[in-house]
Design a protein around this ligand. Structure first.
Ligand SMILES: Nc1ncnc2c1ncn2[C@@H]1O[C@H](COP(=O)(O)OP(=O)(O)OP(=O)(O)O)[C@@H](O)[C@H]1O
Length: 270
């Protein structure tokens, strides 16, 4: 479990990115932080691996204050996936994935062979292991980013808009694959996005944040959609908008789900 206890972050220029946040992220679940640009999501996420130190308050993992853990050790023990993939451009894909295990003492050969297995696991042809990041598509690079984050078999994965830079179709695929992977691996995942649909697609729980990373509402996607806490959340999730208001029409004997503009969104099973 990750716990934020009364954390506040004021940057040296006086910007208060995180006001006063207390929250828990239970183990083995996916918690998504969603909010507009600049609301403090990234700052909060980076406090977990000490890329940002809180001005006050405490972040702990399974009851251990992260400040008591060596920064380098901590970062190697937590998977971190960024929007740009964060891959090292002058290393091959396989070497990128193998970097942390090698630093942790795994032999190069063993780490490389594990890396090829991980590439397969995230849906890539292991042959791509010999390429350089620039020789891959954006979606493939994101997959490598996920493989690299998983390489040291961390309990915790921090994901900062990892699918933000790819087209909607690839994004959809990556989200589905992440769900499958998570059902197999059961990591503790803290995921940041500004896209409410992505939050609803991936989160066991979703936290809608306002400025200063203040939690406007926390709940399952269904709870938030069914019962938005206030006007801010309601607007953010689009509850009550034509896109969210679905109804059923019968067409040629099949039951089609349509949105408030009568546009089809799916077919009812059964
Ligand atoms: N190093 C820094 N120095 C000063 N201000 C910063 C720094 N990093 C972030 N901020 C400010 O802190 C606030 C929160 O930023 P943060 O990146 O955490 O938000 P975010 O919700 O992740 O936004 P985005 O979705 O755009 O990445 C913003 O006002 C931002 O400009």
């Amino acid at each position: 479990m990750i716990r934020f206890d009364a954390v506040r972050k004021e940057y040296p220029d006086g910007t208060v990115a995180v006001e006063d946040v207390t929250l828990e992220v239970p183990s083995h679940g996916v918690v998504v932080l969603v909010g507009s640009s600049g609301c403090g999501k990234t700052t909060l996420l980076r406090m977990v691996n000490r890329m940002v130190e809180p001005t006050s308050g405490t972040v702990s993992i399974d009851g251990v204050d992260v400040r008591s853990i060596d920064k380098v050790e901590l970062r190697r023990s937590i998977g971190y996936v960024l929007q740009a993939g964060g891959l090292l451009p002058h290393r091959t894909v396989a070497d990128n994935v193998a970097t942390v295990p090698v630093l942790q003492g795994t032999s190069r050969r063993e780490a490389r062979s594990a890396a090829l297995g991980l590439l397969e696991r995230v849906g890539l042809d292991p042959k791509l292991g010999d390429r350089y990041p620039a020789q891959l598509s954006g979606g493939q690079q994101q997959r490598v980013g996920v493989a690299r984050a998983l390489a040291a078999d961390p309990n915790i994965l921090l994901m900062d808009e990892p699918f933000g830079a790819v087209d909607p179709i690839v994004r959809d695929q990556l989200q589905q694959e992440m769900r499958t992977l998570q059902s197999e691996l059961g990591k503790t995942i803290l995921f940041v996005t500004h896209d409410i649909d992505e939050a609803f697609a991936l989160g066991d729980e979703v936290l809608v944040l306002r400025k200063g990373a203040e939690v406007a509402q926390r709940g399952t996607p269904a709870e938030i959609l069914a019962n938005p806490a206030d006007e801010f959340v309601s607007r953010f999730v689009g509850a009550g908008t034509s896109r969210r208001t679905l109804s059923v029409r019968e067409v040629d004997g099949r039951r089609i789900v349509v949105d408030g503009d009568d546009r089809p969104t799916g077919v009812l099973a059964g």
